[in-house]
Ligand binder design. Sequence first.
Ligand code: SF4
Ligand code: SF4
Length: 218
Amino acid sequence: MPFKDPLALLKFRCTGCGNCCTGTTVYITPEDVHRIADGIGQSPRDFIRFFYDKFLTIAKSDTFALRFGKRRAVMGLKWKSGHCTFLGKDNMCTIYEHRPVTCRQHPFNVTLSETGAVERVSLSRIVKCLYELDGKISKRHLSQLLNWNDKQTVAFEKTIKEWNKTDPKGQTRNAFLKFIGVLPSSKPPRAARVPRKTSGHKSVAPPSVPTDGSGDFG
Ligand code: SF4
Ligand code: SF4
């Protein structure tokens, strides 16, 4: 139901129903992978899943679509019993501090003004969101989050374009993980047109979450 006040959803509070972590494909970026792997001390192989076009409809124009030879896939979080592998028994996220940027922005679609101010907030309809309207989200935090998400997305889309131009014979999942620098690489990817650095990566800290409850979404 649309709200008359375009900023009514700044009073959003997540009730932790877990619907958005169940049956959904959670896209992740290399920055997310580094942050999660560093934060929980696990190999990216333990939590990354490639969702192929047999499982998911992936348009050729999808900017997150990766080429693996003749197939297309997107990089996301593994599932366990039909939900995200990191969803706890109590429906809480077990990697909350390190969670992907898309989880942080969910369930909001945000319209910014020309000056970058938050103008309108609406809800994603991917799943039924059982929220309450007794919370408090700061516009500043929301726009910081959007900027952070945009930066990661733009960087990853550029990397994906480079990957998709590499020799299809070498387009394996392991080669991709090495290409994006989340697994150590012994040799450069075949016919990669742009050389990539794979060492010395440091995971990037997300924008700080305010302590006044305004970070309690997604
Ligand atoms: S990482 Fe956490 S918030 Fe994101 S889908 Fe998984 S359990 Fe949910
Ligand atoms: S964001 Fe919505 S769907 Fe996701 S856990 Fe919170 S209330 Fe449920």
